[in-house]
Design a binder for this molecule. Structure first.
Ligand SMILES: [Zn+2]
Length: 231
């Protein structure tokens, strides 16, 4: 714990009005010698309400995805998940969204775009990383656990479809009381990515709820709907 405290530094905080309501934004620095050197060591906590000393706080642990969140890329569902989490926290009146600078599941932006290039040639998201000799998921959650402890959150309900994230946080000493599924619509571009997450990465995706296609057509694959998954 002492080591963890030394690695985490609270840099700044300020109110942040958003479309979803009023949050307080905290900026932290976290020293992680194992992180890809291209990644920022500044991580964010978007907090609504008084969470200190509280149990069963709604928490989203979200990893940065520039292509989706800035450029509205349709290749993944990250922006939708982030906005869904903000809306859910606002609906509850309190909660925490941790925004971790782990672009491309921790491989960095350039490597992620290299993988996209291979995907454009037909590789799926896992095969592309394998061909680049990159880990499929290099994300670490030590920083998430450290920030939750700094915010004095006693226990969480985690907004995710990814059981591995629940396991990872639990292993770091965070009490996860429950999991809230994240339900975001797939689109024709993200469909195959989401299917890989479901079939190869053990994400738990409820069936049939989210394929929001305006005009369902025969033979368009909509008979095997796959909703979205955590980052
Ligand atoms: Zn993404």
């Amino acid at each position: 714990m002492t080591t963890e405290r030394c690695r985490l530094e609270h840099l700044a905080r300020a109110p942040l009005p958003t479309r979803f309501g009023a949050f307080e934004l905290h900026v932290y620095r976290f020293d992680d010698p194992q992180a890809d050197p291209s990644l920022s060591d500044e991580h964010l906590a978007l907090v609504m309400g008084d969470v200190r000393g509280q149990s069963a706080v709604a928490v989203r642990v979200h990893s940065e995805c520039l292509t989706s969140e800035v450029f509205a890329s349709l290749k993944c569902d990250c922006k939708g998940q982030l906005e869904h989490a903000q809306a859910e926290v606002a609906r509850r009146g309190s909660g925490v969204i941790l925004y971790l600078r782990q672009e491309g599941r921790g491989i960095g932006l350039a490597n992620k775009i290299r993988a996209y290039a291979l995907q454009a040639e037909g590789a799926d998201t896992i095969e592309a990383n394998q061909r680049l000799h990159l880990p499929i998921d290099a994300r670490q959650y030590d920083v998430a656990a450290a920030i939750l402890r700094d915010l004095e959150v006693k226990s969480v309900v985690l907004m995710t479809n990814n059981p591995a994230k629940v396991d990872a946080l639990s292993a770091l000493g965070i009490v996860v009381e429950d999991r809230i599924p994240m339900l975001v619509a797939a689109n024709p571009f993200s469909q195959s990515y989401l299917e890989v997450k479901k079939k190869k990465m053990r994400h738990e995706l409820p069936s049939g709820v989210f394929n929001q296609k305006p005009e369902p057509e025969p033979n368009d694959g909509s008979e095997s709907p796959d909703p979205a998954a955590a980052h």
